[in-house]
Design a protein around this ligand. Sequence first.
Ligand code: NAD
Length: 394
Amino acid sequence: MIVKPKIRGFICTTAHPVGCDAAVKAQIDYVKAQGKTEGAKKVLVIGSSMGYGLASRISAAFSCGAATLGVIFDKPGSEGRTGSAGWYNTAAFEKYAHAEGLYAKTINGDAFSQGIKAEVIELIKKDLGKIDLLVYSLAAPRRTLADGTTVSSVLKTTGASYTNKTIDLKNMTVSDVTIDPATDEEIDATVKVMGGEDWLDWVKQLKAAGVLEDNAITLAYSYIGPELTHPMYYEGSIGRAKAHLAATAKQITAEVPGVTAYVSVNKALVTQSSSAIPIVPLYISILYKVMKKAGLHEGCIEQMQRLFSKKVYGGGSIETDSEGLIRMDDWEMRPEIQKEVSGLWDKINGDNLDECADIAGYQRDFSEIFGFDVDGVDYEADVDTAVGIESIAE
Ligand code: NAD
């Protein structure tokens, strides 16, 4: 079929299999061009089909030469209906990894569930013996708990309402948005979904099953950002979950022998998850403009390749700040970058969007998440939407 984007708010309900393949290939090519890193050998990535998790898997495989096991929650395509972008990304990743003789298998299902945890442990025992790195990169809107109840995360403030600018990318308008405070119940639910509870559960179960190497590392991802986004993010309901994640890293290191846990604070980037947050997409568009001009712009793959090759592996000790956090947002948070972003933030309105922000860059990255707007892809061509993931077809 000929696949076209169908955008509904901040989600695209179609995905282009050839475009996703080309975007994954470009990420692999980037990592290969940076050279090898002496690092992880057997890696489990939870949430490996999109964004930072996918880029982590690609960096582990193609920089470190690691065997990778991925957990995804995606939909295959069929005749006449496209699958999810994460499905096509994973199909492409496995194809390219297998072509280079790298072990790569994927389990598709809810990473929060006990069934998927048990399946992963069995597969590690059977194929890999033990893993030396666990990357926990879930960004989920909801979680079904062991008792069957489902809790949802919210993107709200805590305390007072907060009003600031936001962009409507469909109509290209900038307007004020007011974010209401979350209730205590909503905050608790957000912490359940996006905090560290499930990460700790994974680590404890992997340890109890004897499938973690001694001196294993585990990484989860967070965001801090500048003050203008703090009421919405760092001090908002999601920020409470991220504080819990950071506390969980300390808890894992203290309580699980032989495992060291780190939270890496990553750069703000366009992903399926970040596009859902009010205010943040306008900030990202301005940030792109400023960082591209300064020659400091990175996407998910540049961030994760640098994380693996410079901050975690690649010799010496793991580089953290005084709080024990790995700072991949080091370039984003440089004072000269933030000063310029802040000036543009004050100035931007619906009439000077392109002057103040990289709207085209934002939109291109958003399209690319779903395999659209990727260089070299013929979007008028008939494509096969029923693409299989090699290890799942086995
Ligand atoms: P993303 O939406 O691109 O990827 C999330 C991944 O989680 C997808 O592969 C999705 O399929 C998977 N997933 C969701 N629910 C799942 C489930 N129940 N079972 C299995 N897999 C599931 O998001 P992202 O932006 O890459 O976020 C990953 C992490 O990075 C999050 O912790 C996020 O807070 C953090 N982070 C993101 C940014 C940013 O700007 N995007 C910045 C810093 C940190």
